[in-house]
Design a protein around this ligand. Sequence first.
Ligand code: SF4
Length: 975
Amino acid sequence: MVKGAIKVFAAIPGSTSLGPILREFGKKKPGIVTAFADSLLPMCDQLLGEDSSLEVVSFAEIVRNYVVLCGEEALPLAQSGQARAAISYACSQLPDESPFYRSARFEGFHEAVGNTLDELRHWGIDASCMADLAERTGGRLSEKLRSLAELDGTVTEVLKLLGRQRHSDQLALSLESTLELEGDMNRLLVFIGSEEDPLRVEWLRWIAAQGVEVTVVVDRHATGAAIFAGAKQCVSLLGVQPIEMGDGNRLARNLFTGSDQGGGKIEVSIVSAADPLAEVEWALRGCIEDDKVGRSAIYARDLQSYAPLIEAAAKRFGVPIRMARRVPLLTNSFARLSLIALKFCASYDVRTLAPILRSSYLRLPGPTQRGLDQVLRDCYAKRGEQWPELETWALEHSEGNEWLVSMLEWRRKAVAGGLRLSEWYPLVREFNREQKFPWVALQNKGGLMDERDRRALNQMERLLANHISVDDAVRPASIGLGEFVALCERLWSEGDVSIPTGESGVCVTTDTNLIGDVEQLFVLGMLEGVFPRRRSEDPILTDAERSEITTLHGDGMRLPNSLTKAEAERDTFYRVCAAAQKEIVFSYPVADDDKDNIPAFYLSEVERAVYRAEQVRDGVVQVEQKVERVNYPRPELAPAIGALSTDADIKMRNAIDGPREGALPLEIVSESVRQAIRPPEGAAFDPHVLRDALRCPFQYLSRHVLHLRVKRQQARWGSLRKLPLATQLLSKQDMADAEQAMRGALEAELDQLYAEVPEWEMRLLRAGGQRLIRDWLHRESRSREEWTKEPGSVRPNVSFGSPGVRDVMPGNVKLEGLIPAVSKLENYNVVHLYGSAVSDPKNMSDIDKLYLGLHLMAVHEPGREGAIEVESMSGKRALMVLARGASRPLASSVADGLHVVDLATEDNVADSKRKFYDAVKAALQDAVQRILQARVDATKGDHCDWCDYGELCRRSRGFGEADSPFGEDAEFDDV
Ligand code: SF4
């Protein structure tokens, strides 16, 4: 080792310290600048400027360049995707007895084991060392180390077959070589930060020994508090006394010291906002204040959650942002669409194309979408012939459907199957880039393929290519289309993709290295568990196992554990605090969607560190500096007039301060429309219609005048209710016949739904329908035993106005429609109905009274009483009577679901009847008047829960516009 060849600077992190070091290093002569963390390189580039003689290169690239200078074979570095694919393959080869066998197929495991293997290698524990340690220990650790050694060995072999090396391989390779120095490669400036990496440090020592002038920069606390343990460890391994750089402001000097170490002024605030969106909005308002957009940055520890909020708020305020981030690949619509199209091709069900039709990428007009949807259903109904049927249809209607023709042609090629992955790759490339597909075609996106989609497409192909290259090297095999699409789905659902970002504006990041040179920094989401994160052990090697490895390995090295990682949270927080030059604003949301939050305890430490007071005279204390605390409660959605900076805020403020606008009245203002919706004079009404008009005129209008129907899933179950009626169950003499007829009717009903519903739901409907049939038949036969009807008296499907059933009601109101059946039971004329639930007579609404009363009046006959037998889908059959004395006592059988319900609410039967029919007559008048007056007002109530028109009337009990769910105007929070 050449003494003095390494110089170490210990500097406060952030651009304030790094700038002078870079300039000083660049003064002398050319050299290379690098960092252990690649993300620091853009900041180095920015600080150096374009005319600098220094070259900024990634650390891995530099190592590779030196390997070449050593005369060794330096293969290209393995891309992360290739390494992951190699690990995935290695995991698939693990034997059953491996402790990792059961989790070996999961992508999360591949990621975790890849990280652990990397970590071990950088701590000098390679495959042979792992195997050796496995021999020297026992139990589960021994098994784990043996498996890890196997995995590492397999990964190395696979990468070798691909002609690739890992960074750690090249580090180890150089340590055994001798360097032939040339050009500018004899000066190196390395920013280590606080990353403890024994292999890289060893390499730095080696390269210095080879004659390279190495300058190392590590992080330090401004006044030497016990943080940056990694940096201290690196300095100790290098064996060089560091030169301390920088002074630091008050926050940087006092944080985590527990004492007052002085320091220059910095403005610090702690802001609490009602929720994460409000927090983001206030941060962005701070960025645009005094036009500080280019000098501000936002740091969010949990960028995944905050990114959509930041994007939305920045758009609303018109604030440009730069936010580099990665998102799951299948959140991209292009990628999702391509996958659905592939799955459609691999499917046995042509209806799987339906989700694509609704995509905005296709821009299909509504009627075309519905038309194609119907074609798919019709084709599906042909069962085994569905694909040829669709192909024929597509060819016959190729104009405007070229994309479908093209897709079906591709499918025909692909279903032939039996291709190797390397053969599938060009086929899927052809599919993804097929210009006839609307989501691929350039002209569909206004001339330029979205950058976002272009990245997604590249990433989809890259993920496949990585996997295929490994697969081709180790186990080439032929697979079919279904298997290939399943592989695509697995790889793409596990992959992620970068989102394009603006070139200028507020920097939004979760990496302190990317914050750059800023005056003002907003730190979002300062919550317990987020910053600092909770301690968690490595899923592959526990803390106890790491400690055992440390003991076994000896050599003074200490493998990091969850505690060292938890301690490093302070390092990160310190870096955040050191990044802002003039002002730093910490914020947190008081509550999230489902919980109240706890502010991070670091905030108390910040307050302590910044606070400075002096006793001026006579015990009077003057506060020189302190953290400003601000709270933005929920009603404060926008700043007050005068402090506004964006149009969006002005609009919001004016709306908040302006008078409240009530919901618009629901009424028809044009006489011609009134006329159009009124029934003709003398029109007859169905009892259902009268019931709906009394319940809610808007519902009546939507259902019976405009005939609007909502296609909901539950409606399919409702269609089963028709089975007893369709099979005329009541008139069937023999229960076996009835059962056969109902089963036949069920199959006919399901057959109609066949093309509409997925297979799983079809099975559910069939099972549910059969259960209903069993229950209906059981209650029907028990009803015949308990409530035996007069022989031959059952008449199904009787219309109002037919013999024995009147159609003129009080007030000369005419009825129309069909009654499922009428019959006679002793002295009762019975009406048979199908309905839902049976309400309690004492609390029966006028709406139910009207419906039942109209039927009772219709079968009224002097000297006889009326009764209604209602079969429901809820497992009950009720016989409702208004006077129990008209026959022998009728029995209920609760176990069989049979109930006799007396509608009389008083002891005196005559009074009861009069009250009941008075209510029916009044309700009838009311319902008819509503219809004739063409009323369309919405009457909310319990019935809204089953109503399909809530989105139209906007008065629904659950989500109407008229009432605020928050009651009167919300008050300010206490916090
Ligand atoms: S949701 Fe309620 S108020 Fe609206 S139409 Fe339906 S029943 Fe009437």
